[in-house]
Design a protein around this ligand. Structure first.
Ligand SMILES: C[S@@+](CC[C@H](N)C(=O)[O-])C[C@H]1O[C@@H](n2cnc3c(N)ncnc32)[C@H](O)[C@@H]1O
Length: 232
């Protein structure tokens, strides 16, 4: 499988994201694999209910932090395809794949909003839909490429609605502002956590409305949410 499918240009927001993640890929790789984060990733992959031999696509795979869990779930006879439009992130993912010696994990430079793969048993997107201009439409497209009985899962960080999480809300907002491309701004016309929350909510709607066995769960005091559903 070739790794050159699309330029992944979807407007200014996309190139800002590519510049940002390209610059911070190394640091991101460290944060993405911090202890604790792995358990959310594991749960997200479990929610896909994969079997050995399946084909799973990870949209916006970044530096590949989910790949070990996906590869484990589909086994050596399955296929994992990671799609990302930031070369620096994919380069890191490639190193991990090479170090692990996986021959059935393919990394594609492409746009998750115009997926370069037409059919799969499941789709995962973690910490990605908050960056999409029209997340509901994109998730609809992902549902359309998954076979009947296959699953789609979305793992995301959002503001927590829990009272117990209130003391950490300011820290979360700081984290989102620091990690939202571009980072040069001190003041935002719209604070970046607002569109993040709205986009994550919008992305879940097609799952709620068009899948069976819709399931939603929270981690980290409600700051991290997992939603999944089975395609009818
Ligand atoms: C916050 S990182 C998440 C990476 C990985 N999924 C993880 O859980 O660590 C977001 C990733 O999504 C990618 N991304 C965002 N929008 C994309 C798009 N439209 N097409 C492909 N990749 C995209 C970025 O390049 C970046 O690598």
């Amino acid at each position: 499988m070739t790794d050159e499918r699309a330029s992944g240009e979807e407007g200014d927001g996309a190139s800002e994201a590519q510049n940002f993640y390209g610059r911070w890929a190394r640091l991101y790789d460290t944060i993405a694999t911090l202890p604790g984060v792995g358990s959310w990733r594991e749960r997200a992959v479990e929610s896909l209910d994969l079997s050995p031999g399946d084909t799973v696509i990870e949209m916006g795979c970044g530096t590949g932090a989910n790949l070990p869990y996906l590869r484990e779930a589909v086994g050596s006879e399955g296929t994992v395809v990671g799609v990302d439009f930031t070369r620096g992130m994919l380069d890191r993912a490639r190193r991990h794949v090479a170090a692990a010696g996986w021959t059935n994990v393919h990394l594609v430079h492409g746009d998750a909003t115009a997926p370069p793969i037409e059919r799969a048993d499941a789709v995962l997107a973690s910490f990605v839909v908050g960056m999409l201009a029209d997340p509901a439409a994109v998730v609809e497209d992902w549902l359309a490429l998954v076979r009947s009985d296959g699953r789609v899962a979305l793992l995301d960080a959002t503001r927590s609605t829990r009272t117990s999480a209130k003391p950490l809300d300011a820290a979360f907002r700081f984290f989102v502002a620091a990690s939202a491309p571009p980072t040069r701004q001190l003041r935002y016309p719209t604070p970046p956590w607002k569109p993040l929350d709205e986009r994550v909510t919008a992305a879940r709607r097609p799952l709620e409305e068009h899948t069976d066995e819709y399931h939603s769960t929270e981690f980290a005091l409600g700051f991290v949410r997992l939603a999944s559903g089975r395609v009818p």
